[in-house]
Design a binder for this molecule. Structure first.
Ligand code: SAH
Length: 288
């Protein structure tokens, strides 16, 4: 990504406030901020529940795994044909990386949506998945994935498991996928879909993703699929120091946000604005 302009702001709370304001508004498209300015505030850990299937689950703290799963997990020639049409018509025009396009051709998006939306699963738009949440638009999933420039073996963290679709796409690109969802029912449903579709080694957690997943940090890449109004400092701290990348929408809930590409170079955090997007709000444990 080209850096047309770089600037650094002073360390401290004032700097953080300036960054927060700039990231939510019509500020610069490119900036560099010192890591220290992001690390001054707040809590850095929170209680978390392990989703069923996680490495060290805590008995009695599993999210509810649905008894009957309202998903069609089987794939067939008709679905594959519609998927191919989606990729060649809508996805290939925004992403050219072969590995990302192959992942989009492989993952059965229809298996991640409630069955009443089966007929729409291969249209290039978001769909409801319950609890007021959505599965993202496929071309945007592909574009955000492409920005992460994942290589096999990279460790990637997703905040906002939702349907599980984005995590499955990531799993096609690298074996080390970690994903966090705040809504227990969605975490439980995604866990079950992963297990049934052959993505059992995706690591899932039911928690407020604001705090990242310290036990598995640092991450080569972090993707955030709900929009906070500022850049969560614990996530920046969990990026690999040299070249760790993050893709994150930042902005006010209910409107358009800016999608940012964030890259860490030691103590410098480079930020580039990519485009305007509309994501569901990033909620906090205390909001619930
Ligand atoms: N990546 C998903 C998109 C789901 S929409 C997919 O492929 O389907 C975003 C999700 O982020 C929602 O499920 C929402 O519940 C979740 N979310 C919002 N705030 C969160 C937080 N603080 N921590 C973890 N997940 C969060």
């Amino acid at each position: 990504m080209q850096h047309r302009k770089r600037w650094a702001i002073a360390v401290g709370m004032a700097a953080l406030a300036a960054l927060v304001a700039a990231c939510g508004g019509d500020g610069e498209d490119e900036r560099t901020v010192p890591l220290e300015s992001l690390l001054t505030p707040v809590e850095t850990s929170a209680p978390a529940e392990a989703a069923a299937g996680d490495d060290a689950p805590t008995p009695g703290m599993f999210p509810p795994t649905p008894e009957s799963l309202d998903r069609q997990l089987d794939d067939d020639a008709g679905m594959r044909q519609r998927r191919e049409h989606l990729v060649s018509t809508y996805v290939a025009s925004v992403v050219q990386t072969g590995r990302v396009l192959d992942a989009m051709r492989t993952v059965p998006r229809h298996a991640f949506v409630p069955t009443r939306y089966l007929d729409e699963a291969y249209n290039d738009h978001p769909l409801p998945i319950g609890y007021g949440q959505t599965i993202s638009q496929p071309s945007l999933v592909a574009m955000m994935t492409d920005l992460l420039a994942l290589e096999a073996g990279d460790r990637v963290l997703e905040i906002g498991t939702g349907s599980g679709y984005q995590a499955a796409i990531l799993r096609e690109l690298t074996p080390e996928v970690y994903t966090i969802e705040i809504i227990p029912e969605l975490a439980g449903t995604a866990r079950r879909i992963f297990d049934e579709l052959g993505y059992a080694d995706i690591h899932t957690l039911r928690a407020d993703g604001y705090y990242g997943w310290e036990a598995f940090a640092p991450f080569d890449a972090i993707i955030v699929t709900a929009a906070p109004d500022h850049l969560p400092s614990p996530l920046v701290a969990q990026l690999k120091a040299e070249g760790g990348r993050m893709v994150i929408p930042i902005g006010p809930p209910g409107g358009y946000q800016s999608l940012w590409f964030v890259q860490r170079h030691g103590d410098d955090i480079d930020m580039s604005r990519v485009l305007d997007v509309m994501f569901v709000p990033f909620t906090r444990e205390a909001d619930e």
